[in-house]
Design a protein around this ligand. Structure first.
Ligand code: SAH
Length: 367
């Protein structure tokens, strides 16, 4: 007689799975060939940096509970629970996803509440101190409920994969979803992130809530934005009043913030015009992988800048400049009294507290 012992589970509710380890967390994920969206439950290994940064941020920014409103396999919430030690409530509209979440919690020896609701309904029923919105696509249909649900001093975390609308490729789509005027620029992803934050600020202001970014990144095909919420009518009014237009002079590449559009140039907005990072928070963040450590190091450098990044290739072609190595460019500009930094947005771009028309003459003579 043979005794058959099944050593490893290979399916959840008939879906073939494989076990992986991400960070310090074990996960069963659908065994999909091809693009992750083909799986019956969504899991994209390429989104690891999104989860790593979330763990790093909430290891510093303590909150009483974290709603993983679009959990899928539970990957992000389980990592936040396991690696940052925060209580998490899980939710997904898909009953199959709920089965994955429960299995994955068990796999890590954890126990948590798991809901199976439309995230908009859950966020109308209850309030949470951190809320993660990760719908695969635009966050625009969930922002209003997230603002209604977030507690004072809490954090709303947005993942938006609708970058082509926000970054200027589909202006009509950006008006429809984000009530933002965008167009093609040389700082497309910063325009996209600032337009997304501007939209979030307007949505939250209806509930007398001020939102302020504490960490952002533009990675691969998505934007990730962490916004701190503070209650108060005056705070909400001030936040809306602080929104600006980006005025863009396409000829010189100069760009600046203005309260009103300037008809002599192109105008995009309304956008968040302040800092994209909370410098104190970023200084405390450690990173849990090489990629997250590298991103946090760059964030520390660019945290103090407000103007959108300058694309050196475009600047050089418009002003007929030599292409220096990035370190040399930084040395030359620094020697001329300009504050300058690399940026995570793009490897041949930089941040500066000066306009391209001031920078170009300083670079002209170098070869
Ligand atoms: N956060 C996950 C990925 C989420 S993918 C990770 O880090 O891996 C998006 C998930 O949102 C899918 O599982 C989908 O079932 C779920 N979803 C889509 N619309 C929803 C809604 N209205 N309410 C709740 N969940 C929803």
């Amino acid at each position: 007689m043979f005794i058959y012992i099944k050593l490893s589970m290979t399916s959840i509710d008939g879906v073939k799975v494989r076990q992986i380890v991400e960070g310090k967390t074990k996960l069963f994920v659908p065994d999909v060939k091809g693009h992750p969206s083909k799986g019956k439950v969504f899991f994209n290994p390429a989104m690891r940096l999104n989860r790593d940064i979330t763990v790093s941020l909430f290891s510093v920014k303590r909150v009483s509970e974290f709603l993983d409103a679009f959990s899928a396999t539970g990957a992000k919430g389980i990592r936040v629970m396991n690696e940052a030690g925060i209580d998490v409530v899980f939710n997904d509209i898909s009953p199959l996803a709920v089965k994955f979440i429960k299995r994955n919690l068990k796999l890590n020896g954890l126990d948590a509440r798991v809901e199976n609701k439309d995230a908009n309904i859950l966020m109308r029923e209850e309030r949470f101190s951190a809320i993660d919105i990760d719908p695969f696509g635009s966050v625009s249909r969930f922002m209003d409920s997230a603002a209604a649900s977030v507690k004072n001093k809490g954090i709303i975390c947005l993942t938006d994969t609708d970058t082509s609308a926000l970054a200027g490729s589909y202006p009509t789509s950006a008006i429809r979803k984000y009530t933002a005027v965008v167009g093609r620029t040389s700082f497309m992803h910063e325009l996209g992130i600032r337009a997304l934050i501007g939209f979030a600020i307007r949505e939250a202001s209806k509930y007398d809530i001020e939102l302020r970014p504490v960490f952002v990144h533009s990675t691969l095909h998505y934007y990730r934005v962490f916004l701190e919420a503070r209650s108060g009518r005056k705070r909400a009014s001030d936040a809306v009043r602080s929104l600006r237009w980006i005025v863009y002079d396409r000829k010189s590449e100069d760009r600046w913030y203005s309260q009103f559009p300037d008809p002599s140039f192109e105008n995009f907005g309304p956008v968040w015009a302040g800092k994209l990072f909370d410098e104190d928070l970023v200084k405390k963040m450690k990173g849990v992988s090489d990629a997250s450590k590298a991103l946090i190091e760059l964030a520390k450098k660019e945290a103090g800048f407000e103007l959108p990044y300058i694309d050196y290739h475009i600047l050089a072609s418009k002003h007929k400049l030599p292409l220096l190595k990035m370190n040399k460019l930084i040395d030359v500009l620094t020697a001329n009294g300009i504050s300058v930094s690399r940026t995570h947005f793009c490897s041949h771009c930089f941040k500066a507290n000066a306009q391209p028309s001031e920078i170009a003459p300083l670079l002209k003579s170098y070869n």
